[in-house]
Structure formats: C-alpha cells, structure tokens
Write a protein that binds this ligand. Structure first.
Ligand code: COA
Length: 147
C-alpha cells in the first residue's frame, strides 16, 4: 500500500514528537515542533492509515527556503520514503517560486548526505564544530540546490 502524502497540522504534533524522538539523536522539543505551523513554514508528511511514517518541515524567506527537518520512522528507513519526502519538498518549493534550497547536515550523517547529493544538492561550505557529538563536536555541512 502506497503511503498518503498530507500536510502537517497541529493535530499531528503528538505523532511528530514520537517520530522525532525515535529518528534523531538530538530530537527537537515539542515546543520547537509546535512552532513550525506558522506562516513562515511549510511541511509535508507520509502516512499509512493513522501511522505517521515521515515528515519534513521547511521555512521560506522570499525566494529561499531552508529544509529544517526531515525524518522517517526507523522501521521504515531505507525503503525510499525519505527520497519521496525530499521530492515533495522540492516540488512544493518550486510551486512557491522558491529558487534556492538550503540545508545543514551533520558531517557524520552519511545516509542523509547521500540522499541530498542524489537529489541534486551540492556542498557549499561547512560550519566548523557546529554540532555537539559523542566524540565532542562535528561540522555542519551546508548544502544548496538551485531550482
Ligand atoms: C535521512 C533519512 C530521512 C533518509 O530517509 P530513508 O527513507 O531512510 O531514505 P531512502 O530509503 O529514501 O534512501 C534514499 C537515499 O538515501 C541514502 N541512504 C539512505 N539510507 C542510507 C544508509 N543507511 N546508508 C547510506 N545511504 C543511505 C541512499 O543514497 C539512498 O538511495 P539508494 O537507496 O538509491 O541508495 C532517514 O534515514 C532518517 O530519518 N534519518 C534520521 C533523521 C535524519 O538524519 N534526518 C536528516 C537530518 S539532516
């Protein structure tokens, strides 16, 4: 059964929080997630029935967007859902007349970097020792895609 794409709404918050905590080593708080329903943000999500499988959250400032969060529930990772979500993000951004997409990813997050590279993002720079990590600090890799 193909998952359904739906926009995120405040009713999704509990499911988002659970997925966020399962998928990310340093998850966003409930408050941070709840802040992403304002005008400045747009989002998408994948569901199977009542189960949230993945979501993305992005912001828009003029003709630029930053992908703030993308995650897939761990039992469903590696099945193409992250790629589907990212493709939806790019489509939604294009429909909003956005011309540049930006994101930041941990240097150690090779799975996400491969996904972004295969979707046409390119590395544009690094923020040195930006993230806390188990080893101390690690770089943020800054990636961009021009639409
Ligand atoms: C990153 C994430 C969203 C990818 O979603 P996914 O559904 O697992 O990825 P997909 O199955 O769509 O795979 C798409 C591509 O990503 C890359 N990829 C995914 N998992 C990978 C892994 N474990 N190792 C290496 N590359 C991987 C591959 O390039 C893959 O393409 P391929 O299958 O043709 O080789 C997901 O792993 C996730 O939620 N991770 C935790 C949260 C996170 O790190 N978010 C990104 C923060 S910047």
């Amino acid at each position: 059964m193909q998952p359904d794409h739906r926009p995120l709404t405040p009713d999704c918050l509990e499911a988002m929080l659970q997925l966020e905590q399962a998928a990310h080593p340093v998850p966003w708080s409930r408050q941070l997630l709840a802040g992403c329903f304002s005008e400045r943000y747009f989002s998408g999500s994948l569901w199977r029935g009542q189960t949230l499988l993945g979501f993305y959250i992005a912001d828009q400032v003029l003709d630029e967007s930053t992908l703030m969060n993308i995650c897939v529930t761990p039992p469903c990772q590696g099945q193409g859902l992250g790629r589907q979500l990212l493709a939806r993000y790019v489509e939604s951004a294009a429909a909003r007349h956005i011309s540049q997409l930006w994101l930041e990813v941990r240097e150690s997050n090779q799975a996400a970097q491969r996904l972004y590279l295969s979707a046409g993002f390119v590395e544009q720079g690094r923020r040195k020792a930006y993230y806390r990590s188990a080893q101390g600090r690690e770089d943020a890799v800054i990636m961009q895609k021009v639409l």
